[in-house]
Design a binder for this molecule. Sequence first.
Ligand SMILES: [Ca+2]
Ligand SMILES: [Ca+2]
Ligand SMILES: [Fe+2]
Length: 537
Amino acid sequence: MKEKRCPSLKFFLMIVLLFSYFICIPFTSLFAATITHGPRIGLVTSSEATIYWDTDVSTIGKIQYGTSSSYGSSQDETTARTNHRITIEGLSPETTYYFKAVSDDAQSESTLTTAPTRQDAIFKFATMGDNRGKSDQNDIQGLPVFFTDLLSDMEKRNPAFAFNIGDLFYGYTPDINKMRQLYASFKRATDPLAKEIPYLVSPGGHEMSPYNSTDPQPGFDPLALWNEQFAQPNVLNGHEGTVYSWDWGNTHFSSIDSDLYEHGKPSEGLCVIDDAQIQWLENDLTQAQKKGVRHIFVLSHCHAFRQTGAQLFNQGSVNPVQRDKFWAVLEKYNVNAYITGHEHRFIDTLAQDGGEGSNIDFKVIQWLNGNCGFDADPVTGKHEYTLWTVAGDTVKAELIDTSGTISLTKTFLSRQPVTIPTLDIKANGQDGPLTVSSGTPISITASLAPGNENGKLADWWIAGSTPWGLYTLTSSGWSPGINMLGQYPLISISPVEIFNGSPPVGDYVFYFAVDMSPNGVLDSPFYYDFVQVHVVS
Ligand SMILES: [Ca+2]
Ligand SMILES: [Ca+2]
Ligand SMILES: [Fe+2]
């Protein structure tokens, strides 16, 4: 009996081994992750970048990144999840980084370029909104072809980033699973562009209203779902992932949340900007102006001003009290434009015309461009998005239709006071070139107006180019070579004499410079002035 039992045990083990061999392979591949969306590029600044992607099963995600395709750096998530998000830090401005999103065996790579800090950086950005279709059923199958046409045009024109002001799909439903399908549909349409450039989004009522108009009922938390779907900054409680700001070159952008749903009072949550946001915006724009930005754009879904008696359909009501408080902040900080939508049309004159119920001609332009998907503009019959080009103190806005034709161009000029430091160096009270005969006394003076850089620590340099080489001024006087005068905060200085004498015949140039990186090395960003002096016999 014993001898008979041993083979049967071996046989049993063999069967188990064989069985596990056959089932283990499909079992493993069943649990290998697939990337379902992304990687998508979220907010990018001059030093940080957020990358996010979705997988079908829970994994610990990783981003490998670096300035070459061999990466060199990597960052891991701490817990396994299906909606991955990693912010990489310590990046250099205006630099292209290669990155690869990794979830188990699944990986996908792309590049991103960080924001410039230079005031003279020329760049483009794209804005769009109201790309949704006419029903859930349609939008789950695929978003309107007009929208995908606009996206492919955008991709060809190389904007640095893109911003969608919301109503991404029909939505408006208490069914969270249907909402997830709709977000998936939106991501399918925008994944290719979002893999190339930062693609930022702001919510409209269709994403934020988990009820239907005839039967309001409790739904899920739409803001929580928003933050499950997109990885955007959380800087204001109650407005996570919707209210934040960033800078690109000389321009400041603030994202505002006009469509926060509050269950029980849905009509008060749509097209309303609450006090907390207005307070945040005022503080944000104060900081932006202190940094000396040249342009400010504020973006959100719901228009502030609409055309009285010209409604396309029942819009619900803009809260005029909050609108006036909000608009007062935009006017106070000389915002270039409020980029918005909600109405399915293009119109940029409503605030200037006094808008709904207002007699004041405002200076801030309301750039309403909500004809990116379902509805064409009722006047032109076009679906359009906006491509913006920032170059110094000028911003060009181009409205572009589905055939790639530019249907309208408008130029915005900086409305910010000049706030950069102004340095002035003079020879005998003149900006030069100054020509004097040998033996004439020469007095060189320097002065400084710090602008918005007031109080900022800088390296100070005073130099003179002479027939015998370069001399610089230090606390112990003039000496050959490049030596720093010292490190001081920028303050207002009225003309101070830095040289007085009668130099020999020859050509001289005197320089006065401050560089804003206080490190003892002459580097950028710097501000300077010079004056030429020719001493002739
Ligand atoms: Ca001068
Ligand atoms: Ca320096
Ligand atoms: Fe809307």
